[in-house]
Design a protein around this ligand. Structure first.
Ligand code: PLP
Length: 344
């Protein structure tokens, strides 16, 4: 049976052309700064985001956790949305790796805005932790893959910086936000001190992320990467996949967004399913299952019988994700499967 895998945009496999680029990559010892492919990738990523420097890291989680350690330490506090990847899905790394406490903030649309941050800076008094960092996530995964509205990002950034608080962006899917909004990567990046970016999500590389910032931030990040066990050697082999992804796979993210609409439309039209965050803007489709139809896990099991893979995240929530290894036809199949499951 044909299987269409919508569980995540991490499931993509490197194409023949990407593998070719990887096999031909020039390499050296990156811990010594001598891998030309990694150096090229770092330069290209920094330039794309309009920052001074970049650092290649194995995962987006490591990129975020390094960034947190760059800006904050024990006795410091980070502000983020309560649904943030850095807080929910990184194994408690904020506390474990940097000794930083988190103040997670609930918001109706799962994204921070200037109003919900009002009064969230701790007083300058020895009883309290020091508020040091705000992290945002764009696109926001648990917020339905939505683009964080740029006006909100700007208002938050102006407020934070006005109080001497650093701004980090979890930009695992920043390029999806760029393609969906038409706002360039460096325009988004201006509002942040550091940004992490994943090459292994929608961009389709098998491994790799980067963090960008000033030379000084990246010097600190380099030290933390070594401490966290992320100093790699001839990793130009994998950086070549990331470089290929950055050069070839950005504009085509629009196809993933168009494909996601096919699934979103089926959900909108089907009694028993409901989109979680109103309209779908990028490649993530989060929806709620009416208990009348079953649990999220039961719906996912029925989809699997039809060769469609999605994931249950929460008792009634399902996520589908489009990417370069699912076609428009796969999305039509998924839409049909959802309609048929709701009717039986
Ligand atoms: C995937 C993801 C990350 C990082 O994930 P890794 O699997 O560690 O590369 C970070 N933030 C968001 C929003 C993500 O979706």
């Amino acid at each position: 049976m044909r299987v269409s895998d919508f569980r995540s945009d991490t499931v993509t496999k490197p194409s023949a052309a990407m593998r070719q680029a990887m096999s031909e990559a020039e390499v050296g010892d990156d811990v010594l700064g001598e891998d030309p492919t990694i150096n090229a990738l770092e330069q290209k990523t920094a330039a794309l985001l309009g920052k001074e420097a970049a650092l290649f890291v194995p995962t987006g989680t490591m990129g975020n956790q390094i960034a947190i350690g760059v800006h904050a330490g024990p006795g410091d506090e980070l502000l983020c949305a309560s649904t943030s990847h850095v807080y929910v899905w990184e194994g408690g790394g904020i506390a474990r790796l940097s000794g930083v406490t988190t103040r997670p903030i609930d918001t109706p649309n799962m994204m921070l805005n200037r109003e919900v941050l009002e009064g969230k800076i701790r007083p300058d008094d020895g009883h309290y932790v020091r508020t040091r960092l705000v992290t945002l996530e764009n696109t926001h995964n648990r917020g339905g893959g939505k683009v964080h509205p740029i006006d909100d990002v700007r208002a938050i950034s102006a407020w934070a910086r006005g109080h001497g608080i650093a701004m980090h962006l979890d930009g695992a899917r920043l390029m999806n936000a760029v393609v969906a909004s038409g706002i360039a990567a460096d325009v988004w990046a201006k509002e942040f001190d550091t940004i992490s970016l994943c090459f292994s999500k929608g961009l389709g590389a098998p491994v790799g992320s980067a963090i960008v910032g000033t030379v000084e931030h990246i010097r600190k990040a380099h030290r933390l990467r070594k401490v966290f066990g992320g100093g790699m050697r001839q990793a130009g082999i994998i950086a070549a996949g990331a470089l290929f992804a950055l050069e070839k796979n950005v504009p085509r993210l629009a196809d993933d967004h168009a494909n996601a609409q096919i699934i979103a439309q089926a959900i909108e039209e089907t009694d028993g399913f409901q989109l979680e965050s109103g309209t779908v803007e990028t490649n993530l489709v989060w929806f709620q299952v009416d208990p009348r139809i079953g649990t999220a896990a039961e719906v996912v099991a029925k989809l699997r019988e039809r060769g469609i893979l999605m994931i249950a995240i929460g008792p009634q929530a399902v996520r589908a994700c489009t990417h370069l290894d699912v076609s428009t036809d796969d999305c039509v199949r998924a839409a049909d499967a959802l309609r048929s499951i709701a009717q039986h």
